[in-house]
Design a protein around this ligand. Structure first.
Ligand SMILES: Nc1ncnc2c1ncn2[C@@H]1O[C@H](COP(=O)(O)OP(=O)(O)O)[C@@H](O)[C@H]1O
Ligand SMILES: [Mg+2]
Length: 280
């Protein structure tokens, strides 16, 4: 199924194109020579251990961090700070809104439809309909008049996604959306993202350190650790041993085994020498 999706999207125009990107934070090279193209309708997961530069990459795509080298284009236009185009950003903090913010699901989603053109007349019929549709798509109709602070973490994530849908964002970026939500909420969220991709033609770029969950959901996996060490269809993702060698990590057990053999060998050699000298 994932290969069919790859075929379906391979001729689509690209939404994101990154060339030769490097980023330095506090004097340290955090991203090095990143090249990545994402086409409309793709569901791409960026995976990698803590501190590997995943959030840095998303923040640089959003124009929040400075590039040292390279180029980032969204919808064939260079990005700059403050340029969001049709990108929606679902940060980890989405499920962590402070409790003192009193706003209902419907109001939050409504905010997504605000733009300079309708600032003074935001409640048109068209807007109301897109808010309603977005809330329905993420499965929050029953709690649409409930305060966000009373929702679970998973529901809040979905409310933020609904806001992105109401804003008609085509490209949805999510940073670790699975952290802090329970298994059912996680499955529901991943299913929703899959539907948005297949049925609504949205492009999804999701950052996660949960390899197993991503293997079950994303069409394409990008393994990032300072630079991209794997980029391909999910079914082609290397096994752990190959991945370790891509990361330059050696199996300590094999090493230990080799060392044990070496010690035994040295020991035997010593014994031989002693015997030899006795025979002398
Ligand atoms: N605000 C910051 N200032 C300086 N360095 C940072 C900052 N945030 C993260 N870093 C460094 O950048 C590297 C990548 O971090 P990050 O992109 O947050 O990784 P990930 O999201 O994959 O866990 C880490 O080495 C981290 O220490
Ligand atoms: Mg991060």
């Amino acid at each position: 199924m994932q290969s069919i999706q790859a075929e379906k999207t391979s001729s689509n125009p690209y939404v994101l194109k990154i060339e030769n990107l490097s980023v330095v934070r506090s004097g340290k090279l955090v991203l090095d020579d990143i090249n990545l193209t994402i086409r409309r309708g793709e569901f791409v997961a960026i995976i990698g251990p803590n501190g590997s530069g995943k959030s840095t990459l998303l923040l640089t795509i959003l124009g929040e961090l400075k590039k040292k080298t390279g180029k980032i284009e969204i919808d064939a236009k260079p990005t700059s700070r403050g340029y969001f185009g049709n990108i929606a950003w679902v940060s980890q903090a989405a499920s962590n809104l402070p409790d003192h913010i009193r706003i209902t699901v419907q109001e939050l989603v409504q905010l997504g439809t605000l733009n300079p053109a309708n600032l003074f007349f935001p409640y048109s019929k068209k807007n109301r309909m897109s808010v309603e549709k977005a809330i329905e798509m993420v499965g929050l109709k029953e709690v649409q008049h409930t305060d966000i602070s009373r929702l679970s973490g998973g529901q809040r994530q979905r409310a933020v996604i609904a806001r992105a849908l109401a804003a008609e964002s085509e490209f949805i970026l999510l940073d670790e959306p699975l952290v802090g939500i329970d298994r059912d909420a996680r499955n529901q969220l991943l299913k929703l993202l899959d539907q948005l991709c297949h049925d609504a033609g949205k492009t999804i770029l999701l950052v996660s350190h949960d390899l197993t969950a991503m293997q079950q959901t994303a069409h394409r996996l990008v393994y990032l650790e300072e630079t991209i060490r794997f980029d391909g269809q999910t079914e082609d993702f290397p096994n752990l041993e190959t991945l370790a060698s891509l990361r330059g990590i050696r199996n300590v057990h094999v090493q230990e085994h080799v060392e044990n053999i070496q010690t035994e060998f040295d020991h035997d050699l010593e014994k031989c020498k002693t015997n030899d000298s006795r025979e002398d």
